[in-house]
Design a protein around this ligand. Sequence first.
Ligand code: NDP
Ligand code: ZN
Length: 377
Amino acid sequence: MKKIIGISFLLVFVLSSMTIAQEKRIPAKGLAVYEAGGGFKPYEFTRHAIGDDDILIETMYASICHSDLHHTHQDWGTEIYPMVPGHEIVGKVVKVGKNVTKFKVGDYAGVGCMVNSCGECDYCKAGLEQYCKKVMMTYHGKDWAHGNEITQGGYSNNIVVKDRFAVLVPKNADMKKVAPLLCAGITTYSPLRQSHIKKGDNVAIAGFGGLGHMAVKYAVALGAKVTVFDITEDKRAEAAKMGAIKYVNVNNESELKGMDDSFDFILSTIPAMYNPSMYLKMTKFKGDFAIVGLPAFNNQPTFKVMDFVFCAGRNVYGSQIGGMKETQEMLDYSVTNNIYPEVEIIKANADTVTQAYKNVLAGKVKFRYVIDMSTLK
Ligand code: NDP
Ligand code: ZN
């Protein structure tokens, strides 16, 4: 009897200390910007404890999306600093909450732009969590489930996320190339699927960077005839290598002639000022012009109302990343079909990442910088 009481006491002690341990905040370190447009510096912080539906991921790789630059530069409005960017993340699951069945310790997980949403609205029910009014962004988001603390992103050694907002990365995936799929991949895969792109369609991709080159790869894989639009000569050969049949340098006016009414589908990933009406005119009757590129608030491209009437019958729509179900579908499709981004791996060093941001702005990256988070000191 004494023995049983002793064991019960021990059990209660072990279980309660486990609960206390689970409730503890999690130390984290990363790279942050401390002011708009500033360089990176090391940053130590803590993350909320792992809840019953959460997983803790040890970050392996995080990549640099142009949206990270828009945020750090306050292109889209006021931000809060220090800010640890990073919403293209892959890593290893090191702890799981007690309700989690989707992941086990040792699995690989990917995280994109979102870490939580209400789970109850029509968008969430339809698997379109990105449009939920309470969607919580991976960084610069207000964590309404944890006292409105500010979320911090993937340029860090770990991240805590609701299991619903992580995708299971197959063990055979090329891990150093997976992170960009979590934003660049899904943001381009989704509109190609929404517009039902199929074999033989004429497709144009405007902006041949991190997003654009993924769009080219997916469109080629779907059997489309792909034309690329960009502002540089430097990427002409790469476009051909990826299967594009044509490359247009929009700075050469002669290359733009005779292209009106040409495309079943156009996707704009352009992050800067441009003339969207030019692409609307190039869209065929009953064709789609999808926009995902997000230039700064104070540098917004505009349509004239007349353009829509004179280009009647064309569908123009915007698209934001993709829901979690579609993100898992995109990831599985990409790994199965060996569709990965072109990446340059860099060290998780403040100066290196600061320089990488400058290179992205100067158009010097081909096509995605991926930060090896295991090198973080
Ligand atoms: P990148 O910087 O990697 O790529 C942008 C590309 O566009 C570059 O190749 C750039 O050329 C090219 N470009 C710039 N100006 C023009 C122009 N006038 N005409 C044609 N091409 C041009 O950026 P990302 O691919 O990472 O991101 C693109 C945009 O998509 C960003 O605004 C980002 O915020 C947005 N985004 C939107 C999402 C959504 O959910 N809707 C999700 C993720 C990103 P060069 O390199 O030679 O300068
Ligand atoms: Zn992104």
